[in-house]
Structures are given as structure tokens and as C-alpha cells.
Design a binder for this molecule. Structure first.
Ligand code: P6P
Length: 357
């Protein structure tokens, strides 16, 4: 009888996929790593998934629950009005990672200082940096929001509790990703071995693998920027927007939530940018828990991320809530934006050389 190799049925393949949970996927990628490192990262990613499920559950019923929509009346370290979902989501991450046993410190957009979990610190060598709800102004109008996270190894014992070891470039991130709360809840992450997405199956209560090794197209039609700031930008950014206005094949898409805008570009290509403005010359977005995690993903997916003059992944922060301008997405589209920046720089240098002010 011919030796017919076993051909799994469609059903068997579907079941295999349903069994590829987040923690399982991390372990599969870390087969050559030390068992303890693999187990730690699998556990940490499982915890990120739990935080996402808790936040998704609250968001799905936000309009029906007291104390969920609207503002708390407080202002955070960013000088922004705190929304009730910001506070709730921040507390979700604190509770979830307290019980992780692995994370000693939390750095959050919503907390001025580092949050220490003493019971974890003797053993826990990890720091979680996160924006618990990115784009929270969208919550009250039921539009997409996200959580952004990065995981770094603690270096030294941080006796002064000032987290100086966190003020390092993006290469120190050992994992990064985001959770997008949209029509479905999607978790996208990388541990430096490609970018992968998982979709929350509410009937299972599990994030199930939906896309592996995502690659950003080298060019795409989307440009994503708040054109309401047009007159606050440097001329080079205005020149770029004039270019896309005058050329076929570009579409403006801007949701007011970085995670959703980046997610679209991750799959369809294009560029997102938040340049410095007159009010915020250093930009609005925070490096350690917004731009750097997404830059990690972008580079893992074959894309690019820059401040306009320096790769985001190389930028050395001087403070925990460091802001930078952000241009991120397809390599060709990011390069087109930076070509206008370089052209402007050349013009200024030429005028200076000619003694023209
Ligand atoms: P603007 C949300 O507040 C956020 O941090 C990002 O999610 C988003 O891309 C940006 O700010 C929106 O800022 O100034 O365009 O409203």
C-alpha cells in the first residue's frame, strides 16, 4: 500500500491555529533561548494578554457602566486631562503585573514616577513601560483606542529608585507591542523575531494567532497626520503635505489614536507622522512607551521610524517622559518625508554660506 503521508484536514489545521495561544507562540520562538528566559517572556506576554482582555471587557460595555466614560477631573504628568478609562486601564496593568512575580517596576504615561512592586523586585528583573490607553479621547465616541507596551531588563539594582537604567536606546527593549481595541481586539507583538498578531476570541477568552511575520509594504497610499497643526510645523513637513496633495495615489487617514493609525500602516503601508509644533517643538508623543515600542515593531516588520533626523531606536532619552517627533511606516514613505527635511536643511546651509539670513 502506498505510504501516503498524513495530510491534516482543514479542521485539524484550524484546531492547530486555535491552539496557538500567545504564550505558546512565544515559547515556539524561543526554543533556543534559556528555558528560564523563555518561560519568563511567555509568562509576561500572557500577562499583557490578560490586561488586554480586562480592558477590552470594560470598553465593550463602557456606555452601560457607571464611572467608565468621561474625565476624572485630574491632570496627569503630561498636562492632559485624565479620562476614567486611563485610570482604570492603568490600574489593570498594575494589578496584573503585581501578580506576575516578574516585573519589579512599571513606567506609565499616567504616573509621573516609576511604580515599584517590592515583592517582585528581588527576583523580578523586568520593567514594563506602557501607555495604558492611547487615544483615550476616542473612548467617549466609541472609536478605536489602544494600549502600547515595552519590556526591558532591569540593569543594576536601581537603589536610588530613579530608573536611570531605563534612559537607554530602543535596542534595550526585549519585547514590545500593542493591543488595538477595535471591531475586534488584536494584540500585535515582537520579541525580536518578527511581528505577529493575535485576535481575541471572546468565546475562548484567548488571543489566537491570526498573522505571522507581518511585513510593512515598502510603500503605501496612507499618510496619517493631524493637518490641523499645519501652520505650526517646520516648512519641510508642510512641503511634504503639499507634495501628497498634488500627487495621485495618496489618502489621508487620521483617527486621533496612534495605535489604530499605526496598525493600518503596518498592514497597508504608508506613513504616520507627528512633527514638532510651535507649542511642542519636541513633539507630543512619548518615546519610551509610545514611539520606541512602535519603532521596534516597525523595524522588525521591515519598516522605519525616525525623529526626522535620527532613528527612533537610536534616540537616547534624558528623562522618563521624553517626547520626540515621530515619522514611522514604510521605508519609501518615511524616506520621502525625511528628503524634505534634508532639502530644507541644505537650503538653510546654502543661505548661511551665501551670507543670506
Ligand atoms: P492630536 C492621543 O492623545 C495621542 O497620544 C496619540 O494616540 C495620537 O496619535 C495623538 O496623541 C493625537 O494628537 O494632537 O492630533 O489630537
Amino acid at each position: 500500500m502506498a505510504d501516503s503521508a498524513y495530510q491534516p484536514s482543514e479542521q485539524a489545521l484550524a484546531l492547530d491555529r486555535d491552539c496557538t495561544t500567545l504564550s505558546r507562540h512565544v515559547l515556539q520562538q524561543l526554543q533556543t533561548a534559556s528555558p528560564s528566559e523563555a518561560q519568563d517572556l511567555a509568562a509576561l506576554m500572557g500577562r499583557v494578554g490578560l490586561a488586554g482582555k480586562l480592558i477590552a471587557r470594560r470598553l465593550s460595555r463602557a456606555g452601560l457602566m457607571a464611572n467608565t466614560l468621561g474625565f476624572t477631573g485630574e491632570t496627569n504628568v503630561q498636562g492632559e486631562e485624565v479620562k476614567k478609562m486611563d485610570l482604570y486601564s492603568n490600574e489593570v496593568f498594575i494589578s496584573v503585573f503585581k501578580q506576575s512575580g516578574l516585573v519589579c517596576r512599571l513606567a506609565s504615561e499616567e504616573m509621573e514616577d516609576l511604580y515599584y512592586i517590592p515583592e517582585n523586585c528581588p527576583i523580578g528583573r523586568y520593567t514594563l513601560l506602557y501607555d495604558p490607553i492611547d487615544g483615550s479621547s476616542n473612548v467617549d465616541v466609541n472609536l478605536n483606542v489602544g494600549s502600547i507596551f515595552a519590556i526591558r531588563q532591569q540593569e543594576g539594582n536601581d537603589e536610588a529608585q530613579d530608573g536611570v537604567d531605563l534612559l537607554q536606546d530602543g535596542s534595550k527593549q526585549i519585547a514590545a507591542g500593542y493591543i488595538l481595541y477595535g471591531p475586534s481586539t488584536v494584540l500585535v507583538y515582537s520579541i525580536g523575531k518578527g511581528v505577529h498578531s493575535f485576535t481575541l476570541d471572546p468565546s475562548l477568552g484567548e488571543f489566537i494567532l491570526s498573522e505571522e511575520n507581518i511585513q510593512i509594504p515598502t510603500h503605501g497610499p496612507v499618510y496619517s497626520v493631524n493637518e490641523g497643526n499645519f501652520w505650526q510645523w517646520e516648512e519641510s513637513y508642510r512641503d511634504y503635505v503639499r507634495y501628497v496633495h498634488r500627487h495621485e495615489g495618496y489618502s489621508g487617514r487620521y483617527s486621533g489614536a496612534l495605535v489604530g493609525d499605526f496598525h493600518r500602516i503596518l498592514f497597508q503601508g504608508g506613513v504616520f507622522m507627528y512633527p514638532g509644533t510651535v507649542k511642542k517643538p519636541e513633539g507630543k508623543l512619548r518615546l519610551l512607551y509610545e514611539s520606541a515600542p512602535l519603532a521596534f515593531l516597525a523595524e522588525q516588520a521591515g519598516g522605519a521610524a525616525t525623529t526626522g533626523t535620527q532613528d527612533i531606536m537610536d534616540f537616547m532619552p534624558t528623562e522618563l517622559h521624553q517626547r520626540t517627533p515621530l515619522i514611522i511606516g514604510s521605508t519609501e514613505d518615511v524616506a520621502l518625508v525625511t528628503s524634505f527635511i534634508e532639502e530644507q536643511k541644505r537650503m538653510v546651509e546654502d543661505r548661511a554660506a551665501a551670507g543670506v539670513n
